[in-house]
Design a binder for this molecule. Sequence first.
Ligand code: TRP
Ligand code: SF4
Length: 404
Amino acid sequence: MSAQPQTNRVLSGMRPTGQLHLGNYHGALRNWVELQYKYPCFFFVADWHALTTGYEDTSQLARHTEEMLIDWLAAGLNPGVATLFVQSQVPEHAELHLLLSMITPLSWLERVPTYKDQQAELAEKDLATYGFLGYPLLQSADILLYRPGYVPVGEDQVAHVEITREIARRFNHLYGREAGFEDKAERAIGELGARNSALYRELRKKFQEQGDEASLERARALVQGNARITVADRERLLGYLEGGSLNILPEPQVLLTPTPKLLGLDGRKMSKSYGNTIGLREDPDTVAKKLRTMQTDPARVRRTDPGDPQNCPVWSMHEVYSDESTRAWAAAGCRSASIGCLECKKPLIEAVVTEIGGMRERAREYENNPDLLRGIVSEGNERAREVAHETLTEVRRAMHLRGE
Ligand code: TRP
Ligand code: SF4
């Protein structure tokens, strides 16, 4: 069955690891900044996820969460257009996680590749916990709670979105059934108004008979844009397009982040655990110094030895920061030994320092005014809770969990 997204909402999260670095910026954040002007975006700090591996010492959690929010704002996330919030402040995530845990086979969680990989990688920690096994399920709850169309993540998170889709499918299959569904859906078509009813039928037929995805998209937009029908009818009509059950938790799609390979100062992947990073808010002198001593092609022992940019970590920075002519100049100069490494790094240092300078500037406002940050986040938490509440109401109804 097709699994096209139903809304254009975007949702993503990050674990609070402390101050972000250029690798985080170019690997995720820069993409979020662009997305926020194209789609309604929800971005959150996954502080509960940090607990799955860091449960022993939680003393830095609040500080890391705050640091990360400031980094986000410094990088250009705009709280006027995007919703920024903190997972633990929206307890609905926990409720959906619990409900989904009832229908999730253990084997699905055990076979998520990150489960065994991470346990091996973090062998010094005891990760034989319930919470750690449930990591991808908590992530599924994070996602499905907002019923997004797209989830921008890197390659390493694709498996988690994949399991999210499987869980959504299982949920809809189990709880999206309804006595007399077809009759109710047919009646709901009538509610769309004469013109739209006919259009809905035509588009549904085109999709069902010819598998025409564009018709499915148009039919969904038609249903979504119709203010006259009830929420229940909307779900019926969306579900009826593809089959015989309500589509309570739509399957989201991965929006794979194009990631330039920005290497760390020592030539390995830029990562906090390697201590080879450049922080988003580091002071310009330190940044310049770090870049001046950044590793280069080991073949260039002397200034007169030619080098190969492909063997040089600095080159990965040129690919991100330099325009074509600068890159051509650097590559030719390197191969012919007509420029030295310091000379090669000069335009780069300028570009990075300028970029970081802008971020520092933007961050300062928040650093000096904790109330400002608090206000932004509590507003974001509120907005997130509204959406989360709506989803949970429908989830509860579908599962016959009624308070009265
Ligand atoms: N697991 C993600 C990471 O480590 C963080 C995360 C938690 C997330 N919940 C999410 C990402 C929901 C996207 C959607 O990067
Ligand atoms: Fe690297 Fe530039 Fe030195 Fe070549 S000249 S080794 S690309 S820093």
